[in-house]
Design a protein around this ligand. Structure first.
Ligand code: S3P
Length: 436
């Protein structure tokens, strides 16, 4: 039932049964828009994620003169302008909304353009640190002014050519890595990015598919500037970060048996499956294939009792967006779960450690917030409560799944933010629920 445009009530009970093709991958859709726009010629993006975040990337490139249109099949047709054909926009403003990926990646591209631009975001994005890209881009020769040295809006004037650098990133971050690799295309020399742990590698896979030669040595990636990109047909698989809510929902709701189709199980993204399996989950990998350079799997998930688990920094980049839903799983697991090395979670769309702990505790869970993670003792029965998503899509969906297994109704305020990554979430949840 809907209360208002932004509040949702979740009535508890029922199992999750049937089949779902989760929405297309957000990270891959962003990158398909970027690489197609920077190629010379026409690319096709099959199954793009048509959600707020990726629309921001598409809109940014339209502002820069790229044509991106939807064909009758629903694909995006992108007529790229090549690395050097982007147009100076009539207004210098590029609005990135809630999307960190749009802002951080486009800053890399704009650093190589001989014109000025201003990058802005919504309230959440304006509070997220940008010094992690500003410093290396300045070192490459771009002029960038950030509010208080680190926050959007960013005022940027590019330089051509940029200077290649070797950058040792203090944080594992695919957004930082991708930003610098895109800037590296405009640089003289070889740009090298090293990170403390390997982050998701879609940019590397997709640049290689577009014909860019790059060297990947575990935590180090390098590429030579001046290489051009070839247009492609990109086929976007389903997002494991969106599938995660239904995977955990099916594990927790008694009587559930759910088939999730076409899920991208890239080894830099599949940490959630490893942790849930350690917790005793039964997740069958039914059909595996490789499409567009990415592994795709159908996952069959059945309800199962879970046990506690301990995990830390080493696996964090492989499940960074899944910590809130894993925290919910831990409230229903036998024993004390410890999640450490997760301080980056405080810098996402909201402070996810604080908000997930507060929300789940309001429902009766035992979640202790640690400076770098969470300690969760389970199993605890959950009771319905009034919760605020803080405008964070992954918190809204975590609380919705919690509401499914709670006693009493759960009201989620600011629930429309699911549109950022999973516009059909509420309909899919209703469709797959069966009263057992
Ligand atoms: C993303 C990288 C991750 C992730 C975000 C998407 C990407 O962020 O949390 O949702 O598409 O590159 P960081 O690079 O900040 O870790």
């Amino acid at each position: 039932m809907t209360l208002s445009t932004s509040s949702r009530v979740v009535v508890p009970g029922g199992a999750l049964r049937g089949e779902l093709r989760p929405p297309p991958d957000k990270s891959i859709t962003h990158r398909a828009v970027f690489l197609s726009s920077l190629s010379q010629g026409t690319s096709r993006i099959v199954h793009p994620l048509k959600a707020d975040d990726c629309e921001r990337s598409a809109e940014a490139f339209r502002t820069l003169g790229v044509s991106i249109e939807t064909n009758p099949e629903g694909d995006w047709i992108v007529v790229g302008r090549g690395l050097y054909g982007l147009r100076e926009p009539a207004s210098d403003l590029i609005y990135c909304g809630n999307s960190g990926t749009t802002l951080r990646l486009i800053a890399g591209v704009l650093s190589g353009q001989p014109f000025s631009s201003k990058l802005m975001g919504d309230k959440s994005l304006s509070g997220r640190p940008m010094d992690r890209i500003v410093k290396p881009l300045q070192k490459m020769g771009a002029e960038i002014r950030a509010r208080k040295g680190s926050f959007a809006p960013l005022h940027l004037h590019g330089r051509r050519p940029l200077q290649a650098i070797e950058w040792i990133s203090p944080v594992p971050s695919a957004q930082v890595k991708s930003c610098l690799l895109l800037a590296g295309l405009y640089a003289e020399g070889t740009t090298i990015v090293e990170e403390p742990l390997r982050s998701r590698d879609h940019t590397e896979r997709m640049l290689a598919a577009a014909g860019v030669r790059l060297t990947v040595e575990e935590r180090r990636v390098s590429l030579q500037g001046g290489q051009s990109l070839k247009p492609q047909d990109w086929v976007v698989p389903s997002d494991i970060s969106s599938a995660a809510f239904f995977i955990v929902g099916a594990l927790l709701a008694p009587g559930s048996e759910l088939m999730l189709r076409n899920v991208n199980t890239n080894p830099t993204r599949d940490g959630i499956l490893e942790i849930l399996e350690k917790m005793g989950a039964s997740i069958q990998h039914e059909r595996s294939l490789v499409s567009g350079g990415e592994p795709i799997t159908d996952l069959l998930v059945r309800h199962r009792g879970l046990k506690a688990v301990v995990f830390g920094a080493e696996i964090m980049p492989r499940l960074v967006d899944e910590v809130p839903i894993l925290a919910l799983a831990a409230t229903q697991a036998e024993g004390t779960t410890e999640i450490r090395g997760a301080e980056e979670l405080r810098l996402k769309e909201s402070d996810r450690l604080t908000h997930v702990a507060q929300g789940l505790n309001k429902m009766g869970a035992h979640v202790e917030e640690l400076p770098d993670g969470l300690r969760i003792t389970g199993p605890t029965p959950l009771r319905g409560a009034v919760l605020d998503s803080a405008g964070d899509h992954r918190l809204a969906m975590t609380f919705a799944i919690a509401g499914l297994i709670a006693r009493g109704e759960t009201e989620i305020d600011n629930a429309d933010c699911v549109d950022i990554s999973f516009p059909t979430f509420w309909q899919d949840l209703e469709r797959l629920r069966v009263q057992s």
